[in-house]
Design a binder for this molecule. Structure first.
Ligand SMILES: CC(C)(COP(=O)(O)OP(=O)(O)OC[C@H]1O[C@@H](n2cnc3c(N)ncnc32)[C@H](O)[C@@H]1OP(=O)(O)O)[C@@H](O)C(=O)NCCC(=O)NCCS
Length: 148
């Protein structure tokens, strides 16, 4: 049985969080978590959260809440999502999306967005399975939108 929750980054969970895939230099559809944490450090609107199952780190999700952003797709949505290899396929990603949607509602947003690379082995199937709908392209990536 899983006991999923989101927590903030801490000195305790940091080593496991930066160990999530992909490794630095590995080719992937999402950036290494270390890169995302560095971006969060210099981006006041970033919302990085660790996904725990009980006390075990099973993933990392980073949203961005920036209602004034000149690019509408960047005002409220998922910026990064990384699930541990051994935790894939058991609802961790879906849980993270639901939590971001809930946080968006709390903050008064009506939708969340996500961008993904349009590749056959990319995360498109996941995002469509959890409720996003395709809404065009931006910078060569597919835009997904979900009403919250
Ligand atoms: C994509 C990713 C976040 C999915 O997380 P996950 O925890 O394995 O997904 P879940 O178990 O919550 O799956 C939710 C649903 O999506 C489906 N799904 C998951 N990955 C899928 C894929 N690659 N293609 C099609 N469907 C997929 C599941 O079957 C499930 O559907 P169901 O509930 O109807 O059975 C995870 O595999 C991952 O970290 N991938 C590498 C990094 C990445 O691509 N991140 C996103 C970049 S923005």
């Amino acid at each position: 049985m899983s006991d999923l929750r989101l927590v903030e980054l801490s000195t305790e969970n940091l080593p496991a969080v930066i160990g999530l895939p992909p490794a630095i230099g590995e080719k992937a559809y999402v950036a290494p978590v270390l890169h995302s944490i560095a971006e969060a450090y210099v981006t006041p609107t970033a919302w990085p959260r660790v996904i725990l199952d009980g006390d075990e780190v099973v993933g990392f999700v980073m949203a961005n809440w920036d209602a004034e952003n000149e690019i509408p797709e960047f005002r409220s949505g998922i910026w990064r999502l990384n699930v541990a290899d051994e935790a894939k396929g058991r609802g961790v990603g879906r849980f993270a999306v639901q939590q971001v949607a809930e946080e968006a509602r709390r903050r008064g947003f009506e939708q969340i967005t996500v961008l993904w690379e349009p590749a056959a082995d990319g995360p498109e199937g996941f995002y469509l399975a959890v409720g996003f709908e395709k809404a065009g392209e931006l910078f060569g990536e597919t835009v997904g939108v979900m009403r919250v």
